[in-house]
Design a protein around this ligand. Structure first.
Ligand SMILES: Nc1nc2c(ncn2[C@@H]2O[C@H](COP(=O)(O)OP(=O)(O)OP(=O)(O)O)[C@@H](O)[C@H]2O)c(=O)[nH]1
Ligand SMILES: [Mg+2]
Length: 223
């Protein structure tokens, strides 16, 4: 996901850095390329627009054209804005709510949701001594629920027993009930992979969210 974006931005940055003097048109041209790079990396249009206008405002404010190395300066402004947009600091997981708290894992097919569910579960168990229950809401891909059960056995984490025929919302509710009953601190809900344009699956995951009010919804993406 980030590879294509880094390559494209790298090219734009290289060209800017090589330039001695920059005109306003050069900066506009570079911004157009940054905009295309972001759009091609599937960044949402409103986010891109906002980003570009922020960067332009900063570039004007910092009098890029009068600086000795205008190219470097534009690169720095874009870089800083990217860091700010992606988040300046690592917040950690917000688990300080009455147990059990739900963590909802979402993302595209094959992005690593199930694997990451087990990794996070193991980490919370060993580092923070939390009692973890994992549940697979993936009723679509064959053996998806079994995959989580195997990871549970490998990491010595509890998984919700599979009851065939239940919907994802029913499984999520049952997981939270089991969390209450058996004193789990954290319930990790691993969902099926989906595309944001798949309306049925998107409203399904929204229904799950509304049913369990997760403290964290984690998007798992290929880095
Ligand atoms: N290299 C690498 N591979 C990973 C990582 N996480 C998961 N994988 C692999 O990527 C593949 C898919 O991982 P899953 O955890 O099943 O992904 P998923 O998002 O649950 O997939 P679906 O449920 O089918 O949408 C598996 O072969 C994993 O072993 C990772 O951090 N690094
Ligand atoms: Mg999965």
């Amino acid at each position: 996901m980030f590879e294509g974006l880094s390559n494209r931005l790298g090219q734009v940055f290289d060209r800017l850095r090589r330039r001695g003097a920059l005109s306003a048109a050069d900066v506009d041209e570079a911004m157009r390329e940054v905009r295309i790079a972001l759009l091609e990396a599937d960044v949402a249009l409103p986010v891109v627009k906002d980003f570009i206008s922020q960067v332009k405002a900063k570039a004007v404010g910092q009098e890029v054209f009068r600086s000795v190395t205008p190219g470097q300066m534009v690169v720095k402004i874009v870089r800083d804005a990217l860091v700010e947009m992606l988040g300046m600091e690592n917040r950690g997981l917000a688990l300080n709510a009455p147990s059990p708290v739900a963590i909802l894992m979402v993302g595209l097919q094959g992005s690593g949701k199930t694997t990451t569910s087990a990794k996070i579960g193991l980490r919370l168990k060993t580092r923070e001594r939390r009692k973890i229950l994992m549940a697979s809401l993936d009723i679509y891909r064959p053996a998806a629920q079994e995959q989580l059960a195997i990871l549970g056995r490998q990491t010595d984490l509890a998984t919700l027993p599979v009851i065939p025929g239940q919907t994802p919302v029913e499984i999520a509710r049952r997981a939270m009930d089991e969390g209450h009953r058996s004193g789990f601190d954290v319930v990790i809900l691993d969902t099926a992979g989906r595309l944001h344009i798949d309306q049925a699956l998107m409203s399904e995951v929204a229904e799950v969210r509304d049913a369990v009010s997760p403290v964290e919804i984690l998007l798992v993406a290929d880095a």
